[in-house]
Design a protein around this ligand. Structure first.
Ligand SMILES: Cc1cc2nc3c(=O)[nH]c(=O)nc-3n(C[C@H](O)[C@H](O)[C@H](O)COP(=O)(O)O)c2cc1C
Length: 360
């Protein structure tokens, strides 16, 4: 079991670093969001404050380093760099799946607290594994790795394409509800590149979930990754469904008024993408594959420097939008393009904020 997991993790890293695993036609639709320029901001760039509170913790930047890896020596080097960068820049940091720790006690790659003592650290497990585990075992997994909260990842599309993947998805919502009630740490429900719809958002809210990562389409295609990892049937099915999913901007729009703290991951590559996601209603934004090459760069400081740049871009973007904080930005007008508009629920707050929308 261990060897299968390890080699799959290595293949995922190799493919995400070296192959074309992005969506092909589908985009994030963030390009359909125009944040309106303010030619007359009445404050200094220095006074822009991009900090936010997520899961009750203050982040200096509204950024999460999303789940990438763990469980191998290669993962260890990556996670320690990412976690140290999160500590330096004031972002949150997420482990990749901790299945190897949960099921086999492997701690490699999950020990980063020493380099990230004040960072909000997110643990990670798939719904299929969580369903089989007790809340106590999951709590223990989080404690061992110093994680403050659990990201429970949903990846149905990846599972059904993967030859060895799960096929039975019963009792998912029950598992989530049980964890909300019994885990003893905050829970984030996270898609991994196919997005969350309004209907799923409503079911999650009903189950008591308060924080979601929309993990939308337009960035890394996990169906595509699986297609490239295998041959034969999975590869052909993967080709067919390569672009499946709800674009990141559409997914934020779908759930923006359901009362969640929203993290927006899925295809983000710079501070302008972040600004657009924040304007739509995300509390924080997540970067996964974009950061990976920096995390394996010969310069050990490369990923921290890239996150610092993204932070600078977010600050500049806020200034250019005339918003001192991400919260200010969320109340300002936005222009929403025709491909994103059908995803905005009628009558929702985002409708009212659209430039040109009738004021009532
Ligand atoms: C190499 C790699 C491994 C990943 N492994 C996990 C994982 O174990 N658990 C998880 O929840 N998400 C995982 N993800 C998904 C990301 O957290 C993210 O949801 C998805 O890739 C979309 O974001 P992106 O377009 O910025 O890559 C992984 C992403 C990458 C690039």
């Amino acid at each position: 079991m261990t060897d299968v997991h390890r080699s799959r993790k290595d293949q995922h890293l190799d493919l995400c670093l070296g192959a074309d695993v992005g969506f092909r036609q589908r985009t994030t639709l963030l390009e359909e969001v125009e944040v309106v320029h303010d030619a007359l901001p009445d404050f200094a760039l220095e006074s822009v404050d991009p900090s936010v509170t997520l899961l009750g913790r203050q982040l200096r930047l509204p950024v999460v380093i999303s789940a990438i890896t763990g469980g191998t020596e290669r993962a260890e080097a990556i996670n320690r760099r990412l976690a140290a960068a999160a500590q330096a820049e004031g972002t949150a940091f997420g482990f990749g799946s901790q299945r190897l720790l949960l099921e086999e006690g492997i701690r490699t790659g999950f020990e980063v607290r020493d380099v990230a003592p004040e960072t909000l650290i997110l643990g990670n497990i798939g719904l299929a594994q969580a369903r089989r585990a007790s809340p106590e075992a999951l709590f223990e997994m989080l404690e061992i790795s110093g994680a403050d909260a659990l990201c429970l990842h949903l990846n149905v599309a990846q599972e059904v394409v993967q030859a060895e993947g799960a096929r039975d998805f019963r009792a998912g919502l029950q598992t989530i509800q049980r964890l909300v009630e019994e885990l003893g740490k905050p829970l984030v429900v996270k898609e991994t590149g196919c997005g969350l719809s309004r209907s799923v958002g409503m079911r999650l809210r009903e189950a008591g979930v308060t924080c979601v990562d929309v993990g939308g389409a337009g960035g890394t295609s996990w169906v595509g990754v699986e297609a490239l990892r295998t041959a034969g049937r999975p590869a052909r099915v993967g080709e067919t469904f390569w672009d499946w999913g709800i674009p990141t901007a559409a997914s934020i729009a779908q759930v923006h008024d359901l009362g969640f703290e929203i993290v927006a991951t899925g295809g983000l590559a710079n501070g302008l993408d972040a600004l657009r996601a924040l304007a739509l209603g995300a509390k924080a934004v997540g970067f996964a594959r974009h950061l990976l090459p920096y995390a394996v760069d010969p310069d050990p400081d490369a990923v921290r420097i890239r996150i610092e740049e993204i932070g600078d871009e977010i600050r500049m973007g806020l200034l250019l939008a005339g918003a001192r904080t991400p919260e200010d930005l969320r109340t300002q007008p936005v222009v929403i393009g025709p491909r994103l508009l059908p995803w905005v629920p009628p009558g929702a707050p985002l409708c009212e904020r659209r430039c040109g929308a009738p004021r009532g």
